[in-house]
Design a protein around this ligand. Structure first.
Ligand code: PMP
Ligand code: GLN
Length: 377
């Protein structure tokens, strides 16, 4: 066949985790916790299976779970999402893919901020859209909203945002959100707001969801992931929130894409999420991990600015080597037994900036072992 994605290979996450295994390396590359989820949640899932919750779930998701998520979003962000404005998905990845499938026509321009999570661009391209990349400004990775404004054209269908941001850990400020509001005002531009790290913001920073701003809520697909929030990335369960008109189109695609998603896991989460502490404690939990990791590597030759959110920390190796980040990370695995992500996979220009990404969603023991290596590099 003629490839629809001729320039795309296997994702860096698959490559790096495989190499880490082959070399028995400590894996701070692919973003996932190496500790177990809460045993209560696992037990709820077991019970759901035993209780015969093993057939198809409703197309949009289990009503009890949908209601719990609507209540959570509406109370945290002051939004007014209704019953028919939510759909459960197979992780945020499917939420993003299906949102794009439902809204992007050939020739539509989609503005995305680089570095950008690796699934955005290929998905836009598959539906005939044209990705319009805009660089966040290194070293602090601020967004130049004037540049975003300049790139808006009559063909702009969507702006994709992601705060807290993978891989930089950047968290949008009120000024960022206001600038975005000004840009989309009096236009038909849609927003896809990838908020999978909504419960991982540090040093007292609030998460500014599009759901907090009626002008944004009314034009946004908001995508989220239980995998991140409840330490179960392998469950591949997430959801999308969107206003009625967008959701109607979303579901037209969703019903022929997956129809519905994992039933017993939805049952488990619908029970588990009733305890607000399961997500409200998360910023503190991950801030401690970040702080522990950074204090362990503060005397290393890597340079870093503490991550503002997510479970990722970027670090510059410019004092260590002149290699491209892809070569450097390969050598780290082979020579030092440590796996990290070369940031240029999210943005080719990062190659010259010599940045790599570490995931600190790891046990204390793993972070200590990793730091011991990092301090030797
Ligand atoms: N968006 C971002 C920014 C991510 O880091 C991830 C990573 N896992 C996803 C989306 C996909 O989430 P899920 O695993 O729930 O599909
Ligand atoms: N989101 C995870 C990361 O950034 C990886 C998810 C995946 O492997 N596709 O590391």
């Amino acid at each position: 066949i003629t490839s629809k994605l001729p320039h795309i290979g296997t994702t860096i996450f698959t490559k790096m985790s495989k190499l880490a295994q082959e070399h028995n390396a400590i894996n701070l590359s692919q973003g996932f916790p190496n500790f177990e989820a809460d045993s209560k949640l696992l037990e709820m899932q077991n019970q759901a299976v035993k209780n015969h919750r093993n057939q198809y779930a409703p197309l949009s998701g289990l009503p009890k779970l949908n209601q719990a998520v609507l209540d959570k979003a509406n109370s945290l962000y002051g939004s007014n999402y209704a019953e028919d404005e939510i759909c459960m998905t197979a992780g945020a990845t499917q939420a993003i893919f299906t949102s794009l499938a439902a809204s992007i026509h050939p020739g539509d321009e989609v503005i995305m901020l680089k570095p950008a999570y690796d699934c955005y661009e290929p998905a836009v391209a598959l539906f005939g859209g044209k990705p319009i990349p805009i660089e966040m400004k290194a070293p602090t990775y601020e967004v130049d909203w004037n540049e975003v404004q300049d790139k808006v054209s009559s063909k702009t269908k969507m702006i994709m945002i992601n705060s807290p941001h993978n891989p930089t850990g950047k968290v949008f400020s009120e000024a960022d959100m206001q600038a975005l509001i000004q840009i989309v005002k009096n236009t038909n531009i849609l927003i896809l707001s990838d908020e999978v790290y909504e419960h991982m913001t540090f040093d007292g920073r609030p998460h500014l969801s599009v759901a907090k701003y009626p002008e944004l809520q009314s034009r946004s697909f908001l995508t989220a992931s239980f995998g991140k929030t409840f330490h179960v990335t392998g469950w591949k369960l997430g959801y999308v929130l969107a206003p009625k008109l967008l959701m109607k189109e979303f579901k037209k695609v969703h019903q022929y894409n997956v129809f519905c998603v994992n039933h017993p896991m939805q049952v488990a989460i619908s029970e588990y999420i009733a305890d607000k502490n399961t997500y409200l404690n998360l910023p503190d939990f991950y801030q401690k991990k970040r702080d522990q990791f950074l204090s362990l590597i503060q005397n290393s030759r890597f340079e870093f600015t503490p991550s503002e959110g997510t479970y990722f920390q970027m670090a510059s190796y410019k004092n260590i080597s002149n290699e491209k980040d892809t070569d450097f990370t390969l050598r780290l695995i082979k020579e030092f037994g440590l796996a990290a992500i070369p940031v240029s996979v999210f943005n080719k220009d990062e190659k010259c900036r010599k940045m790599i990404r570490f995931c600190f969603a790891k046990t204390d023991a793993t972070l200590e072992k990793a730091a011991e290596i990092i301090n030797r590099i």
